[in-house]
Design a protein around this ligand. Structure first.
Ligand code: BV8
Ligand code: ZN
Length: 243
């Protein structure tokens, strides 16, 4: 592992453009449950069953209980050394873009600047009637929060399964990935589309692609580096000793 980390660090030091994609695994060491590991359970529901427009249409109160549970949990945790190391990396690389699938807001809290939250942000709510988006950091919004402007029912401003991503954010994510010299993929099972394809697109355009994950994924065999381990341990070692 040491040899691979040193080799990857050298690639990063020489790269003028770097893209990073993160998933739930980078927040696991902060105490945020991942989607598909054991932590992805809430009252015997799979998170993926609740993060859908169908679930919200059928039982908005249940979906709001799920999101309030996550808001409350995430309000009590903070960023970890892996989030922090990506802030350092951003200051060391001339052109850096961080693309995250996570909605927990921990990259923002850690200080990341050039950040694309491709699946939205848990702390933002959107009115289902007038579409107004507001940032609200209160942990518990109740199970039927209403819009202050028009009284419509609010929903989490996140992209649910079956919903299209914001086209501008997706386009910028593809640009950053395909223009990168090196792309890191950290803490994602690489099954959710279209996020999981970004690294493969980067590779097809000549980027060096490296995966840092606790387990192998469907993309592992396409990676130039596949570092198996904890993000909180590996990512800081990539930026240590640069100066
Ligand atoms: C769309 C917001 C167009 C909500 C989320 C093509 C093929 C197959 C299916 C599809 C396809 N195109 C579209 C689909 C459907 C679907 C999809 O991809 N389904 C999957 C399940 C097959 N995609 C969509 O619906 C997307 N929309 O494409 O629009 C369209 C429109 C209509 C019809 C069709 C297409 C929208 C996807 C966005 C869904 N919203 N989140 C919320 O969070 O509340 S996705 C959700 O999963 C989270 O954002 C999460 O980040 C994301 C991905 O999961 P991971 O981040 O990878 O987390 P996971 O738990 O899976 O893995 C964690 C990894 O970390 C593990 O590997 C673990 O080993 C590792 N790990 C754990 N601890 C550590 C660690 N690694 C390092 N260190 C540690 N300490
Ligand atoms: Zn409204």
């Amino acid at each position: 592992m040491e040899k691979e980390i040193n080799a990857l660090r050298e690639k990063l030091r020489k790269a003028d453009r770097v893209a990073v994609l993160t998933g739930a695994g980078i927040s696991a060491e902060s105490g945020v449950p991942t989607f598909r590991g054991s932590g992805g359970l809430w009252r015997n529901y799979q998170a993926t069953d609740l993060a859908t427009p169908q679930a919200f249409a059928k039982d908005p109160e249940l979906v709001w209980e799920f999101y309030n549970w996550r808001r409350d949990l995430i309000s009590k945790v903070t960023y970890n050394p892996a989030h922090r190391a990506l802030v350092d990396l951003e200051s060391l690389v001339p052109n850096f873009t961080l693309i995250t699938q996570n909605v927990d807001g921990l990259h923002l809290l850690a200080g990341s600047q050039n950040l694309l939250e491709i699946h939205g942000n848990l702390w933002k709510v959107r009115c289902t009637r007038c579409r107004e988006i507001t940032l609200d950091r209160s942990p518990d919004l109740g199970t039927s929060p209403k819009c202050k402007t028009c009284g419509g029912l609010l929903r989490p401003h996140v992209i649910w399964f079956g919903e299209s991503l914001d086209q501008d954010i997706l386009h910028r994510s593809i640009e950053a990935s395909t223009n990168s010299r090196v792309m890191l993929v950290i803490g994602t099972s690489s099954v959710v589309q279209p996020a999981a394809s970004l690294a493969l697109e980067a590779k097809s355009r000549g980027a060096v692609v490296a995966e840092i994950n606790l387990e192998r994924t469907p993309n592992s065999s396409s990676m130039d580096f596949s570092l198996i381990g904890k993000a909180g341990e590996i990512v800081p070692r990539l930026v240590e000793g640069w100066k």
